[in-house]
Design a binder for this molecule. Structure first.
Ligand SMILES: N[C@@H](CCC(=O)N[C@@H](CS)C(=O)NCC(=O)O)C(=O)O
Length: 226
């Protein structure tokens, strides 16, 4: 049985966009796994993998860290139902999401995220994210960021919008890893913040609805922010 080391917030919330990539990839393959929830200050749980981040998986005797490496491992070890039939395209979506989409979300939810961090992890997040943002007033930072940031986030999605105007999923007629990458990103604000990032008439909104329904509504049913 595969073990997934999954980032844990307060009230058992599991928002990590990278861990969601892995969870959706495992479901796509039809593989069962056991969750090992880990807080920000519990990195000793993934020290065996030499990792400072989640996700990590333990698959038999194989240990894999980093969501991209995990997707590659799953396609090699379980070649049925490929996650990445077009690997260069998947790599592009991975890089685009990491560098253009995720950074556009973080400022918009920084305060809501901080509110939902486990109490024992707050000092670590305050220091590490405070350094990144230049302030520990996360609520104030978030309020300011939302003035222009929602429009900027929507603009960053334009490459996906152009694809989704032509086909139901980023990967064509059926979802695959590129779709899981982007849905993973949407699971992050969905789990941590009541902020709605998309207009209802956006093709990305309709795609997200289809994605939330996959695997018997696995992502839709996951605990989300009130
Ligand atoms: N490139 C890595 C990034 C993973 C990552 O940054 N994970 C975050 C959670 S969303 C993390 O574990 N952060 C730990 C920390 O900030 O201390 C991947 O794709 O797995």
């Amino acid at each position: 049985m595969i073990t997934l080391y999954d980032l844990l917030f307060a009230n058992d919330l599991r928002p990590s966009p990278f861990c969601w990539r892995t969870k959706l990839a495992l479901k796509h393959k039809g593989l069962a796994w056991r969750d090992e929830p880990c807080g920000f200050t519990e990195k000793q749980k993934v020290a065996f993998a030499g990792s400072q981040t989640y996700p990590v998986i333990h698959d038999g005797t194989t240990v894999v860290k980093d969501s991209w490496a995990i997707a590659e491992h799953l396609d090699t070890a379980y070649p049925d139902k490929p996650l990445m039939p077009d690997k260069p395209y998947a790599r592009f979506v991975n890089g685009w999401t990491d560098t253009s989409v995720n950074p556009a979300i973080f400022p918009l939810i920084a305060g809501d995220l901080f509110d939902r961090v486990r109490p024992q992890d707050k000092e670590y997040i305050s220091e590490s994210r405070g350094k990144r943002l230049g302030t520990t007033d996360f609520a104030g930072f978030q309020a300011k960021a939302r003035e222009k940031g929602v429009a900027a986030f929507r603009a960053a999605l334009e490459p996906a919008r152009r694809v989704l105007k032509e086909q139901p999923f980023l990967s064509g007629d059926a979802p695959a890893y590129p779709d899981y990458i982007l849905l993973g990103t949407f699971m992050w604000p969905r789990t941590l913040s009541p902020l709605e990032l998309l207009d209802k008439d956006d093709v990305v909104y309709a795609w997200r609805e289809r994605m939330l329904d996959l695997f018997d509504g696995m992502a839709r049913k996951a605990p989300a922010a009130a």
